[in-house]
Every structure is written in C-alpha cells, then in structure tokens.
Design a protein around this ligand. Structure first.
Ligand code: UT7
Length: 330
C-alpha cells in the first residue's frame, strides 16, 4: 500500500467581539500601555461576552474550519478540544461541541489539557489516530476563555491573556511528502508550580478559603516561565529540525505560541532567523493558550504567509511545563 500522509484540510478561527486595550487595563490595575507594549508586545486582547463559553467559541472556529476544508460535520469521527478552560470540569467540552456541530455519535470526543501546547499535542494525537486507520477525519480545536480564570487585580498576569478559538480539519492524503512530517512533544513536570491554578481540583477543592485567597485564578512566576519558555521552545525547534535533517533557514514560516513578543524575538535570535520569518499576532490577541497557534495558523493562511511546498514549524510551551513542535509541508 502506498504511504499516506496526514494533512491539514482546512483551518478556521474565532475571536470574540469585545476588545480590551492596554489603556482599558490601566483603569483596572496600576500599569500603562507603554509598559505592557515594551515588556510583552501586546496592544489589545479579545474578551468573550459573559454568556459566551469556550464551547461557543470552539463551535464558531470548528464550523469555519469545516467550511474551509469543504467538509461536513457528519464526516468527523474524531473531535479533540484542547483547553484549560472547559465549559465545566465535567463533561468534556468536546461532547458539547460535538452535539452543537452535529458530529456523529460514533465519533471519539475528548478534551485535552496540555495548556498552551495543547493544540500541538492534539494535532499529534489526531495524526496518530488517523495513521492507525481507525479514524478517517479529525477536527482539532484549541479554545479558551482565559478571561474567566484571570485575576483582574493581578497586574503581573492580567495583561497577558485573552479569549478565542482556532480549529483545523485533519485528513489523509495519498500525495507523498506533504502534511504533518513530524512532532516533538515533552514536559518538564518539576515546574508545575510556576504556572498553575492552585484550587478547584482534587488537591484543593474550591472552598470559601480558597476563593478568599484567589486560588481559583492563574498564578504565575513570570520571570522563571519566561526563561524556560525560551529554552524549551528553542530546544523543541532544534530537535525537530535535527530529526528531519533540516536547517532553520529551510523553514518558510515559524508559528510560535503567542505569549510575549520578547520570547519570540529571543527564539528568532537563538535560531539565527530573521524575526519576520515568525508569524506574530500577540499584539492583537495576547496569549490565548491552546487557541494561540490555530488562530495564528488560520491568519497566516488567509494572509498568504504560507506557500504551497513550503515548510511551517509550529512551536509552543505552556503550563506543566509542556512543550512541543510540529513540522508541516503544504
Ligand atoms: O503561556 C505561558 C504564559 N506565560 C508567559 O509566557 C509569561 C512569561 N513571562 C512574561 O511574559 C513576563 O515575565 C511578564 C510580561 C509577565 C513580566 O515582565 P518582566 O519583564 O518579567 O517583569 P517583572 O515581573 O520582572 O517585573 C518588573 C517590574 C516589577 O517592579 P520592580 O520590582 O522592578 O519595582 C513589577 O512589579 O515591573 C513591575 N510590573 C509592572 N509594572 C507595570 C509587573 N507587572 C507590571 C505591569 N505594569 N503590568
């Protein structure tokens, strides 16, 4: 049987309407537009409406990806939603999205928590499950309502995060040499304390005390995360290039997790690539965790930054600390 490859058949994204600018934030906490732009490159982020949940954004992005792929929901037999902000702790947001989109009951549907690396983890799992021959077409979505877990009184974190969703349809192709060429996943579990929501799980169930401490919000040691983010993303990029006998300058476009422009610039410097080889939209969305890469991927395609035959490198890190990279030829 000829070798078949897993390919991205379509992409889609959704960002909520409401824009929260740095000036708006400076009315909530002691900060300024100048400080936020200088330290993170972020100008504004999108914030979901009070009645808009992660699944609502996931459904929009999923529909757009299906339309872009020329596919219909009834063809999907695997649905993965990467998120750290599910609609509920249980059931999986993927099941809510399944029902709303009309994905068949025979489809495997589950959520995946690998924080900001979640989309790359999801892509890798979809490729493996499609490659096994047991599934034919997957919808992989990264969707987050981070505004619901941000402490709007903590100026060290609230500047960074935003809401949104991105999605891809993954299928098989008989065309050799294209599609998902490889992935490199990993995690540095000794660093779980650097970026976490301390309460609300089985270790510390939500209680009046945990709420009073604000332990249901994101807590982050920003400086330490910054340094590890640069190291891990550089490592994940170098490893995958080496595995495939490629030099960094053979990559047409790098789509990094959009956490901080300074992190992206540092990686560009270490990989000795011009920064314009990196797709950047962190200025408009901030960090949308697992939605960050699929939103950027969709924008990169729509704006003609991805050319047929070229290689795209996805690279991310997130709470865990998880990290991952993926190489795609179009
Ligand atoms: O997906 C993973 C998500 N996490 C990340 O990617 C986070 C990575 N880390 C970062 O992006 C950066 O650490 C931040 C942007 C969060 C912070 O930038 P920094 O350059 O590491 O600043 P810092 O925390 O070292 O703070 C420097 C100063 C401090 O004042 P002092 O102690 O020097 O007097 C802070 O109190 O800036 C102060 N500061 C602020 N000032 C104005 C901290 N946050 C703010 C703020 N506005 N929002």
């Amino acid at each position: 049987m000829p070798a078949r490859s897993t390919v991205i058949l379509g992409t889609g994204a959704y960002a909520p309407e409401r824009v929260l600018t740095n000036h708006d934030l400076s009315r909530l906490v002691d900060t300024s537009d100048e400080w936020i732009r200088a330290r993170s490159g972020i100008r504004e982020r999108r914030i979901a409406a009070a009645d808009e949940a992660t699944s609502d954004m996931a459904v929009h992005a999923g529909r757009r990806a299906l339309a872009d792929a020329g596919a219909v929901a009834s063809e999907i037999d695997l649905l993965i939603v990467a998120t750290v902000t599910p609609d509920h702790p249980m059931p999986a947001t993927a099941c809510i999205v399944q029902h709303r989109l009309g994905v068949p009951t025979q489809a495997a549907c589950f959520d995946l928590n690998a924080a900001c690396s979640g989309f790359i983890y999801g892509l890798d799992i979809a490729c493996a499950m499609l490659g096994s021959g047991r599934h034919k077409k997957a919808l992989v979505i990264g969707a987050e309502k981070l505004s619901s877990i941000v402490d709007w009184k903590d100026r060290g974190t609230c500047l960074l995060f935003g809401d949104g969703a991105g999605a891809v349809v993954v299928g098989m192709s008989a065309k050799p040499g294209i599609g998902l060429i490889g992935t490199r996943l990993g995690a540095l579990g000794e660093n779980t304390g650097l970026l976490q929501i301390p309460a609300g799980g089985s270790r510390t169930p939500t209680s009046p005390k945990s709420i009073a401490r604000g332990d249901h919000f994101i807590k982050m040691k920003g400086k330490e995360v910054f340094k590890l983010a640069v190291r891990l993303m550089e490592e994940a990029a170098r490893d995958i290039l080496e595995q495939h006998g490629l030099a960094a300058n053979q990559i047409g476009l790098v789509i990094p997790h959009q956490a901080n422009l300074r992190i992206i610039e540092a990686i560009a410097q270490y990989l000795e690539l011009p920064v314009d080889r990196f797709f950047v939209n962190v200025d408009r969305y901030g960090n949308t965790s697992s939605a960050s890469i699929p939103i950027a991927l969709d924008e990169a395609r729509l704006t003609g930054r991805i050319k047929p035959g070229e290689l795209t490198l996805l690279v991310a890190f997130g709470a865990g600390l998880t990290y991952g990279s993926a190489l795609i030829r179009w």
